[in-house]
Every structure is written in structure tokens, then in C-alpha cells.
Unconditional design. Structure first.
Length: 262
């Protein structure tokens, strides 16, 4: 069985930062594996550890810089990786769900997996829809917000979160797409041995043409038009002086506001 895991490199912004045009200035960003995808990777690797016939392949849409993040997934037990990037993607800016779906659909057609695992959402754009959209495009069964999973043959038994604290226990026939929720497992740290092995594992790189796509595939209905730091407004009174002075000022303010009035 082949398990395809979608992974995304996301940026974490420092507490103090500056905006450069329509982006946070690069020097204030640190990149890491998306938290939800980390749980999806762990779930796939555990499946491979339980069954020698399971191959785990990760796929990411990202520039060459993202290979450091991909190597961390490989160090945790992913067998090999696919990275998709193109000049058209460089120029596209913010990709919407439809654009991501078209690219991932082409990778699925290339890899022919039995199971696709995605994180529920990404920490940066928080769309939370790519996994389900992909399932619809490739005509796979699907289940969202999965927090327990057991695959036996061509059937997956799973539990997933619903609204209002309700959980659903169900079975889904493979092939399928599952979006994985945090807490389904405990993602491992990459060992030194795993990190060394990851350097020898394959990362296949595709441009759009290599997947049978063209620039229209990354056309997005979303456009970033402005970026700014929100202004915080507060109505705060600061009392200065010693304890007696500040207590008297506070009491006067409370009286003026009607606090304690009958």
C-alpha cells in the first residue's frame, strides 16, 4: 500500500517584525513543518512500521528552501518525497484551495496512492479545505478531522470530530483521503540516525509541465491587496503616585463611573 502525505512549510513570525510591501520582511520569519501535517506524517510512519508493505511518500508545494522541512519528514520515517515548484508558482502569490487541488491532483495521478493523508489545516492560511477538495477532484472517499485511525486491508476504521463535542465512529473504503487532527498521536522527534538517513533519501522535483499542467493551473481567485499591523485601541487610566494617592484616584474614578452607587 502507498500512503501519500501532503506537507507544507509554514512561516512563524517573530514577536517584533516589519512589513515589506505585501509580506512580512523575510528576516523576521522562521520556517517549519506545519503542525497538523506533522501528525499526518506520524500516522503514516506508524502504519509503515506496522506493515513492511506500506510505502510513505510526502508531497509539498514549495521552493528549494522547503527541502529542509521535507528532510525533517524524511528523517521521521517518510520513504521518499516529491516537491513541486515552478516560476509560475513563484509569481502566483497566495494560492487558493482550487489551485492547490489542481497541483496535488496531478501528483496523485503520478503516484497512484491507496491513501492520502493531509493535515486538517495549515497554520498560515487556515483554509481547512484542501484535503476534502482533493478527494472530490480525484473521486476518493474522504473523512475530515480524523482523530483515530486503523487501516485493515481496504477498509479504514476511524473516529472523527464533529461539532458540539460529538465524535463519529465510522468505516471508509479505500482509496480515500483523510484530514488528520492534532492529538491523534504523538509526533516523534527526528533522531540523529534518521537525519543522516534523510540526506540519502530521494526528493523528486517537478515543475508544472512535468505534471502535465500549465500556468493556468495556479490561477487563484485570491489576491493580497494590503498588509498592515492592526491598530490597538484601549481606554486605560494609569494611576501614578504612592499607594494612598493611587487608591484615592481609583476610588474617585469608580465613583465617577457609578460603581457601588445604589
Amino acid at each position: 500500500m502507498k500512503v501519500l502525505v501532503t506537507v507544507k512549510e509554514v512561516a512563524e513570525v517573530e514577536d517584533d517584525f516589519e512589513i515589506d510591501g505585501l509580506e512580512v520582511a523575510e528576516q523576521y520569519l522562521e520556517y517549519d513543518l506545519n503542525e497538523w501535517d506533522d501528525y499526518a506524517v506520524e500516522e503514516a510512519v506508524q502504519m509503515a512500521e506496522a506493515d513492511d508493505d506500506v510505502e510513505v511518500v510526502s508531497v509539498t508545494i514549495g521552493p528549494e528552501r522547503a527541502e529542509e522541512t521535507i528532510r525533517m519528514a524524511l528523517a521521521k520515517g517518510v520513504d521518499r518525497a516529491v516537491r513541486v515548484w515552478d516560476d509560475a508558482l513563484e509569481d502566483a502569490g497566495l494560492l487558493d484551495v482550487a489551485a492547490k487541488t489542481r497541483i496535488l491532483q496531478a501528483v496523485v495521478e503520478e503516484e497512484a496512492p491507496d491513501l492520502v493523508l493531509t493535515g486538517v489545516q495549515a497554520a498560515d492560511d487556515a483554509f481547512g479545505a484542501t484535503g476534502v477538495s482533493l478527494a472530490n477532484a480525484i473521486d476518493f472517499q474522504w473523512a475530515a478531522v480524523v482523530n483515530a485511525l486503523d487501516v485493515e486491508g481496504d477498509v479504514a476504521r476511524l473516529r472523527r470530530e464533529l461539532e458540539g463535542g460529538i465524535e463519529e465512529v465510522t468505516e471508509v473504503d479505500l482509496p480515500a483521503v483523510f484530514t488528520i487532527q492534532t492529538g491523534i498521536n504523538e509526533p516523534r522527534y527526528a533522531s540523529l540516525r534518521g537525519i543522516r538517513q534523510a540526506q540519502r533519501k530521494e526528493i523528486a522535483t517537478y515543475d508544472l509541465a512535468g505534471l502535465g499542467l500549465d500556468g493556468d493551473a495556479v490561477a487563484s481567485d485570491l489576491e493580497v491587496t494590503d498588509m498592515y499591523e492592526p491598530e490597538s485601541e484601549s481606554d486605560v487610566t494609569i494611576f501614578e503616585g504612592d499607594a494612598d494617592e493611587t487608591a484615592a484616584s481609583l476610588a474617585e474614578t469608580l465613583r465617577d463611573q457609578g460603581v457601588g452607587a445604589e
